[in-house]
Write a protein that binds this ligand. Structure first.
Ligand code: TXE
Length: 487
């Protein structure tokens, strides 16, 4: 089976290599998290398919890199046009494949996919000024040169959004790409490949190899012809990739997990605090940036908890295609069991579960009730490990110093949320937090110009604006003497 019909779209489930579709002998089964519907059999690539894709990307590199930012930008904008023309299809497809809300895909995520492509195309044209400065009469000429073939490995929680957050800058920088999408969400990448063809992207510039991480992913990250590896996923997998990359000294960009704090100071507006903390359940908690550890001042803890529960009780869980739904299913049975395991172990340790704490039996399948665990034991698994599900903890603090120590007290450092009614108080907290992004009295406001990434085990490097090009390009300085010129 090579073409499947999902959500009104025809999807070719083979790899996309050098502009054509390539089969594998083996396939794997893809199902929808919404209700377990069988979606299709997907090509299961390994070393042979990866070698073929990398060879195609390498062969396409000289022409693509020579095209320059303007020429590349025109094609990226054409792909973005096609994404926008097909938002309805892409939104339905992604919802069927990963269970995220259809209305979010329609309004926010798929328009953002197009924006990812347009933004980085334009940044390469308008913002990467080839800087020149003088040193003792010599000029330093700094340029961002294309670096070669970029290997992009992406997760399942926001498949096409996170893929284009890498594809956009990689292609705009003049690199060619081999993408390995997550095996739980292979479909949108395959459909996107067709849009690239329609937009006139030259063969071999963008390739997709489907398959498992330990097979296709491992072959790709160990390949000697890869110039860059960009990965979003878990810390253990990043460690495996770093080892694979070590033999070739391939530069890696890692965007990993988090266990971010949401700090509610005593002077916070409690309605706002409840609104922002309940938002951390979005995408069924499958968001790396989620502030899953609520840290609340002891004086307002009871009042805050009452507001939180009142607000959280209005969350509507259900089919993500229903416009009334706030939270859909978890992505996969394996992941659902992982989340259930975290909660069960917390229960076994005597955790005080004040909301949820079990699968939603009314819905069955992969739906887990939004859960709040009060005062978990400091240092226990539930407050240190990333659950990546709709499971929040709530702890209290009595001083700012204590809040800061608790906030920074994990191996992660991706994000933080601070809710306060006093700007000076908020500033006094945020300057001590170790995190790549901090939101004060807001959540999820993101500009592609801003640096994005994690501290500590939440990541390596920053992306966004010029930071993306610092990674995907070879930054070069040509020092030119004032002497020796004949004309
Ligand atoms: O992720 P993996 P999983 C976290 C979250 C979640 C946990 C496990 O805590 O519970 O990770 O999820 C590919 N070489 N996040 O197991 O394994 C894999 O095929 C090369 C946080 O799904 O990290 C997929 O494409 N590639 C997160 C991608 O890595 C390999 C998003 C991610 O899978 C590979 C997802 C290998 N050896 C999970 N092994 C975030 N930061 O947003 C796997 N892969």
């Amino acid at each position: 089976m090579t073409t499947i019909h999902v959500a009104g779209a025809d999807i070719d489930t083979r790899h996309f290599i050098n502009g054509t579709r390539v089969s594998s002998e083996q396939t794997f089964i893809n199902t929808s998290p919404i209700d377990g519907t069988f979606l299709g059999e997907i090509a299961r690539g390994g070393k042979a398919e990866v070698d073929q894709a990398v060879a195609a990307a390498k062969a396409a590199f000289p022409q693509w890199s020579a095209l320059g930012p303007q020429g590349r930008g025109e094609i990226l904008h054409r792909i973005a046009d096609l994404v926008e023309a097909n938002i309805e299809t892409l939104a339905n497809l992604e919802t069927m494949d990963n269970g995220s809300l259809l209305r979010s895909h329609r309004r926010g995520v798929m328009p953002r996919v197009a924006h990812n492509l347009r933004f980085f195309a334009d940044w390469a044209i308008n913002e990467l000024h080839h800087e020149v400065f003088e040193t003792r009469g010599h000029s330093n000429n700094i340029s961002w040169d294309p670096s070669g073939v970029a290997a992009l490995i992406t997760p399942w929680n926001a498949p096409l959004m996170l893929a284009t957050w890498k594809i956009g800058p990689a292609l705009a920088a003049g690199d060619t790409v081999v993408l390995k999408p997550a095996e739980w969400t292979p479909l949108s990448a395959s459909y996107f490949a067709d849009l690239c063809t329609q937009a006139g992207l030259p063969n071999g510039v963008f390739n997709v190899v489907q398959g498992f991480g330990r097979e296709a992913g491992a072959a790709l990250t160990a390949h000697p012809d890869i110039a860059r590896i960009s990965f979003t996923g878990s810390v253990p997998t990043a460690k495996v990739i770093a080892h694979a990359a070590a033999d070739n000294l391939t530069p890696c960009s890692f965007e990993l997990g988090g266990k971010s704090p949401a700090i509610v100071l005593a002077d916070a507006d409690l309605d706002l605090a409840a609104e922002l903390t309940v938002e951390q359940y979005d995408n069924a908690g499958q968001v790396c940036l989620s502030g899953t550890r609520i840290l609340v001042h002891e004086d307002i803890a009871d009042a805050f908890a009452a507001k939180f529960i009142e607000r959280a009780s209005k969350i509507k869980q259900g089919d993500p295609r229903d416009p009334e739904t706030d939270i859909g299913p978890q992505i996969h049975q394996v992941h659902f069991d992982r989340i259930s395991g975290f909660v069960q172990r917390a229960k076994d340790e005597g955790a005080n579960i004040i909301m949820g704490g079990s699968p939603n039996t009314n819905l069955g399948g992969l739906y887990f009730n939004p859960t709040l665990i009060k005062n978990p034991a400091p240092g226990s698994e539930i407050v240190t490990a990333e659950v990546f599900g709709p499971v929040l903890t709530m702890q209290t603090f009595s001083t700012d110093e204590e809040a800061i120590a608790m906030a920074n007290g994990t191996e992660f450092g991706l994000a933080a949320v601070v809710v306060s009614g006093n700007r000076a108080h908020a500033d006094a907290i945020t300057k001590h937090l170790v995190a790549g992004t901090i939101w004060v009295n807001c959540f999820f406001v993101r500009d592609l110009k801003a640096p994005f990434g994690g501290s500590k085990k939440s990541g390596v490097g920053r992306e966004g604006g010029t930071w993306s090009f610092d990674f995907y390009a070879d930054v070069k300085n040509t020092v030119v003497s004032p002497n020796g010129w004949k004309e």
